[in-house]
Design a protein around this ligand. Structure first.
Ligand code: P61
Length: 454
C-alpha cells in the first residue's frame, strides 16, 4: 500500500507563525477566547474540521453547473438523487448548515414543553436547539474511561435507553438522536450493532430515530475496520445499512460532505417530511434550496460521494491517528483510541492543578496558541454551559482540548509541528493557569465569552 495522500495539491494558501510577543498581544486582544483571534494570527488552525476542508477539482467544476432557480433547480435534483442513493431516504431538504436542520426539526418534533430527546451524546448546537424548542436533552453514552480502549466508544447505552423510555413513557419522548461519529465523546464511532439495537428498541416503543450524521462516512470507515463482517464492504454499502436503522437525518454537510457551507434534512416517509418541512420555508428558504445557492448544492452532491471513497477515508482517519499516536507516544493523556476527525487531549489529566470550573480544556487551548500558534477548541464544561433551571455550571463528563483536523488541508509535517507544540506545553504544564469569565453570554457561551487568567 502506498503511504502518500490520495491527491496532489493544485492551489496553495500561505501561512506563517507570527512572533511570540505578537501572539501574546493577539490573545489579550481576543479576550483570551480563540474564537476572537484573526486567522492570519494563527499558524495551524485546528479550531474545527467544520467547513474548513479543501474541495476537489470535481467539486469546483460542478459549481459552474449551479442552477440558481428559486424553486425546483436541477442542482437540487442532483443532490436529492445522491442523498437518496446513499441513505434510501426519499425526502431531502437542504439547509444552510447543521444547526439550521436542527432548529427546523426540533421546533416541529417537540410538541410539548418538557419532552425528552435522547441521544448517545448531543453536540452543543443540537443540545441548544432541543432546549430552545422547550425540550430536555438526555445523554446516554456508554461509560468507558478516556484511556481505556473500546472500539466503539461513541455507543449508546441501550440498557439505559430502554429503561429511560419505560420510566418516562414513550409519549414523552420526542425522538432519539443517534450522533455518528460521536463528536462530544471524542469523535468516537458507533457500531452497526449498537445502531441496529437502538432502532429495535425505538421501534418497540414507537419512538422516532433521527441520525446526526455530520461525520457518518468516518463512522462507516471505523465499522469497516473494527466490526466483524464489514471488512470487505464498500463504505457506501455500510452507509446504506446504517440508514436503514433510522427514520431520517440531520446533517452538517460542512464535515463529511466536504463543503465549506451546507446542511441537510432527509426523511424516509412523507408525513415526517411534511411536518418538518413546514418550518423550513420561514427559517431556511424554499424546500429545494434551504438557504444555499445552487452551486453549493452541486458541490455537496459531489462531496458526499468523495467522502465515501475508501482511499480518501483511510488517508483521512489515518492522518488523525498519526497525530494521536505522536502525542500518546510522548505520554500526553488523550482520549484513546483516537477518533475520526480530531485528537482530544484529556485536559483534566494534562492540567490536574486547574479546577474544572476554571476550564482546563480552555486553559490548554490558550497555552497551545502561545506556544506554537496552534488554535484548538475546548470541548468540556465551558462548552456545556449552565443548567437552565438552576443557573449552576454543569460539570461535563470530560474536559477536552480538541485538535480538529480539517480535511485535505494540512500535511503530516504540519501535524509534527502541532505535536511538538503540545509536547513543549506539557513540559511547562505547571505554569499553565485556569481562566475566569470577564463576560459570559447566556447561550452557546464559549463562542463569545471574554476571559481573564484566574
Ligand atoms: C465542530 F465550537 N460541529 O465540531 P453546523 N452536529 C455535530 C456537529 O459536530 C456540529 C453540528 C451538528 C462543529 C462546528 C461547531 O460550539 C460549536 O453546520 C455532530 O456547525 O451548524 C458542528 O453543525 C452543527 C463548533 C459548532 C463549535 C458548535 O467544530
Amino acid at each position: 500500500m502506498p503511504k502518500g495522500e490520495p491527491f496532489k495539491i493544485k492551489m496553495v494558501e500561505p501561512i506563517r507563525l507570527i512572533p511570540r510577543e505578537d501572539r501574546e498581544r493577539a490573545l489579550k486582544e481576543a479576550h483570551y477566547n480563540p474564537f476572537f483571534l484573526r486567522s492570519s494570527d494563527v499558524y495551524i488552525d485546528l479550531l474545527t474540521d467544520s467547513g474548513t476542508g479543501a474541495m476537489s477539482q470535481f467539486q469546483w467544476s460542478a459549481m459552474m453547473l449551479g442552477d440558481e432557480s428559486y424553486a425546483g433547480a436541477s442542482s437540487y435534483y442532483r443532490l436529492k438523487e445522491t442523498v437518496t442513493d446513499i441513505t434510501g431516504y426519499e425526502y431531502v431538504i437542504p439547509t444552510h448548515q447543521g444547526r439550521g436542520a436542527e432548529k427546523v426539526a426540533f421546533s416541529q418534533l417537540i410538541t410539548r414543553p418538557g419532552m425528552y430527546v435522547l441521544s448517545n451524546m448531543f453536540f452543543d448546537t443540537t443540545r441548544g436547539h432541543v432546549q430552545l424548542a422547550g425540550g430536555r436533552p438526555v445523554d446516554l453514552l456508554i461509560d468507558v474511561p478516556t484511556e481505556e480502549y473500546h472500539p466503539f466508544k461513541g455507543n449508546m447505552d441501550t440498557e439505559r435507553l430502554e429503561q429511560f423510555i419505560r420510566e418516562h413513557g414513550a409519549e414523552n419522548i420526542a425522538c432519539i438522536v443517534m450522533t455518528v461519529t460521536n463528536n462530544s465523546a471524542g469523535g468516537q464511532p458507533v457500531s452497526m450493532a449498537n445502531i441496529r439495537e437502538t432502532y429495535q428498541i425505538a421501534r418497540k416503543y414507537g419512538v422516532l430515530v433521527l441520525f446526526d450524521v455530520a461525520r457518518y462516512a468516518e463512522n462507516c470507515h471505523f465499522i469497516r475496520m473494527r466490526e466483524e463482517g464489514y471488512a470487505d464492504k464498500h463504505p457506501i454499502d455500510i452507509a446504506r445499512e446504517m440508514f436503514s436503522y433510522g427514520d431520517g437525518l440531520m446533517m452538517s454537510a460542512k464535515k463529511d460532505a466536504l463543503v465549506n457551507i451546507g446542511g441537510l434534512l432527509a426523511f424516509r416517509d412523507e408525513e415526517l417530511f411534511t411536518k418538518v418541512g413546514a418550518a423550513v420555508v420561514p427559517f431556511e428558504g424554499f424546500l429545494t434550496y434551504g438557504g444555499l445557492a445552487g452551486r453549493d448544492l452541486e458541490a455537496m452532491a459531489v462531496g458526499l460521494r468523495e467522502a465515501l471513497d475508501p482511499d480518501y477515508l483511510a488517508y483521512r482517519v489515518g492522518q488523525v491517528q498519526y497525530l494521536g499516536e505522536m502525542l500518546r507516544n510522548a505520554g500526553i493523556p488523550i482520549q484513546w483510541p483516537v477518533g475520526g476527525h480530531a485528537v482530544f487531549i484529556d485536559a483534566a489529566k494534562f492540567l490536574p492543578h486547574v479546577p474544572w470550573d476554571q476550564f482546563p480544556g480552555h486553559a490548554l487551548t490558550l497555552a497551545l496558541y502561545l506556544e506554537g500558534g496552534v488554535r484548538a477548541v475546548e470541548v468540556g464544561s465551558l462548552m456545556i454551559g449552565r443548567d437552565p433551571e438552576t443557573g449552576e455550571n454543569v460539570r461535563g463528563p470530560f474536559e477536552f482540548t480538541r485538535l480538529a483536523i480539517p480535511r485535505r488541508v494540512y500535511t503530516n509535517l504540519h501535524l509534527e509541528d502541532v505535536a511538538e507544540t503540545v509536547i513543549n506545553a506539557f513540559q511547562k504544564r505547571e505554569e499553565i493557569r485556569g481562566v475566569k469569565f470577564a463576560r459570559e453570554p447566556k447561550v452557546l457561551r464559549h463562542f463569545t465569552a471574554w476571559f481573564d487568567p484566574a
